[in-house]
Each structure stands twice: as structure tokens, then as C-alpha cells.
Design a protein around this ligand. Structure first.
Ligand code: NAP
Length: 248
């Protein structure tokens, strides 16, 4: 049986590119999404029409009951999980830190920190040799914002990705002898819809001239790095980080 990957937030942007590439490489793919059913269904239809296997499962990864239901759906519909891409993430309108309130902070922490923690825990309970599994790989999708700080835009988002970087190291070391590798990609400015959530859909084009490579990245360029970190080609890499950011 082929490898089984769960891509959280697999319906749009980097997650959709990762879902498509994983299917092309022979993975059976669970395309998770939170709200936009039609977009997730379109990714699944595209994979199936190319001869691949995929299912779409709605679940908010920040809610533990929904995460449990999501992983049970993978068990039932695709078979034993061998890979997790913790890709789902969000941001909100650009502002300064002194304008942030408690409710927004709670939303950002729950989507960008609690979600990947809950999903990683569910994946480890299935893949770890300590739990009777046969091993696997986890890739966390962080951001260059974790080291740049995103001043005047979203320091909360940047800090949430800093937490994901810490989790990558800690979890990688916890499960290094249990057959699971845990790594992280940190994309730079990538052409996806996430920038509209910050109130600036054209953000990549505005900043691109100032980037070392003078352009933003494409979701497919991030997906290639994710698939390499999932694959046996990276068998001696764990607890490490790949910045896919055009030199930024
Ligand atoms: P995107 O185009 O906005 O897509 C986000 C995806 O995540 C959608 O499939 C969305 O589903 C899903 N999602 C959001 N919150 C969720 C939740 N709580 N539970 C389940 N699914 C959820 O984003 P993107 O730009 O591809 O970003 C993907 C990841 O890369 C994020 O972690 C982001 O922080 C990171 N990243 C992006 C960039 C960039 O420049 N684009 C740079 C660095 C890092 P629905 O559509 O159904 O809501």
C-alpha cells in the first residue's frame, strides 16, 4: 500500500500545491480544510482525474474533537498514516503590537500553535514505534517571519511561527528514536491568498523588488521542499529547517 499523508489546510495555496505534488509522487492524500468545501473538492477532483487517491475532510485543527475526527477519517478512508504536513495557518489584519487584543491573540495562537500541536500529537500516536506504529515523517510549515518578527504587520503571527520552530526541535528530539523525523520549512513571501487576510492582497508584489531574488515564490516551490523532507531522500534530516525564501 502507498504512503498516506495528511495535509492540513490542503485546499489552497501552499497546502494545495503540496497535496497535488504528494499525489503525483504516489501518496494517498487527505486534503484538510476549515470552511471552503468547494475549493477542497476541486483539489481532490484534480488529483483523482490525474489517477491519484485523495479525500477532503473538513476540520478546524485548533479544536481537539475535530482533530480526532479528522485523523479517524484518515484511518478509515486511506489507511495507516505515514506523513503529516502541519500547513494550516492564518493571520489577521496588519497592525502594530500595541493594537492587538486578547481575542485576536487567542485566535492566532489556537490556529497556528494549538492546531499543529494537536495534529502532531495525533500523528505520533499513530506513527511512533512506541505506540506500535511503523514510523513516519512530519513537516511543519513555519515562516521566515519567525526570525524577522513582522514589525508593523503581524508580530503575533511571527511569534506563533516562532513557537512552531521550537516545537519542531523539541518534538524531533522526543521521537528521534521512534521512527519519526520532524522537520520544518520556512517560506518567505509566497503568492497565495493569505496576504488578503492581512488587508493587502498585493503584498508580495509590493515587497518583491526588495527581495534578494527580486521576486516572490510560488506555492509549488515550497511544496518541493516539503516533499523532500517527507521522503526517504532526507532520511538523515530531523529537527532541521529549510528556508524557502529567495535568500531573504
Ligand atoms: P492560504 O492560501 O490562506 O490557505 C490556508 C489554508 O489553511 C486553507 O486551506 C484554509 O482552509 C486552511 N486553514 C486555515 N485555518 C485552518 C484551521 N484552523 N483548520 C484547518 N484548516 C485551516 O495560506 P498559505 O499562504 O498557503 O499558507 C499555508 C501555510 O504557509 C500557513 O501556515 C502560512 O502561515 C505559511 N506561510 C505562508 C507564506 C506566504 O507568503 N503565503 C509565507 C510563510 C509561511 P479554508 O480555505 O477552508 O479556510
Amino acid at each position: 500500500m502507498s504512503e498516506v499523508v495528511l495535509v492540513t489546510g490542503g485546499s489552497r495555496g501552499i497546502g494545495a500545491a503540496t497535496s497535488r505534488l504528494a499525489a503525483a509522487r504516489g501518496y494517498r492524500v487527505c486534503v484538510n480544510y476549515r470552511a471552503d468545501e468547494a475549493t477542497a473538492a476541486a483539489v481532490v477532483a484534480e488529483i483523482r482525474s490525474a489517477g491519484g487517491t485523495a479525500v477532503a475532510v473538513r476540520a478546524d485543527v485548533s479544536r481537539s474533537a475535530e482533530v480526532e475526527r479528522l485523523f479517524r477519517a484518515v484511518d478509515d478512508e486511506l489507511g495507516p498514516l505515514t506523513a503529516l504536513v502541519n500547513n494550516a495557518g492564518t493571520l489577521e489584519k496588519q497592525c502594530r503590537l500595541d493594537e492587538l487584543d486578547e481575542d485576536r491573540l487567542a485566535r492566532i495562537w489556537s490556529a497556528n500553535i494549538t492546531g499543529p500541536f494537536l495534529c502532531a500529537g495525533a500523528a505520533v500516536r499513530r506513527m511512533s514505534t512506541r505506540h506500535g506504529g511503523t514510523g513516519g515523517a512530519i513537516v511543519n510549515v513555519s515562516s521566515t517571519a519567525a526570525r524577522l518578527g513582522a514589525p508593523n504587520e503581524y508580530v503575533d503571527y511571527a511569534a506563533s511561527k516562532g513557537a512552531l520552530d521550537s516545537m519542531t526541535r523539541g518534538l524531533a528530539l522526543e521521537v528521534a528514536r521512534e521512527g519519526i523525523r520532524v522537520n520544518c520549512v520556512r517560506p518567505g513571501l509566497i503568492h497565495t491568498g493569505i496576504h488578503a487576510l492581512g488587508g493587502e492582497p498585493g503584498r508580495v508584489d509590493r515587497v518583491a523588488p526588495n527581495l534578494p531574488m527580486a521576486r516572490g515564490g510560488q506555492p509549488e516551490e515550497v511544496a518541493e521542499a516539503i516533499l523532500w523532507l517527507l521522503s526517504p531522500a532526507s532520511s538523515y534530516a530531523t529537527g532541521t529547517f529549510l528556508d524557502i525564501s529567495g535568500g531573504r
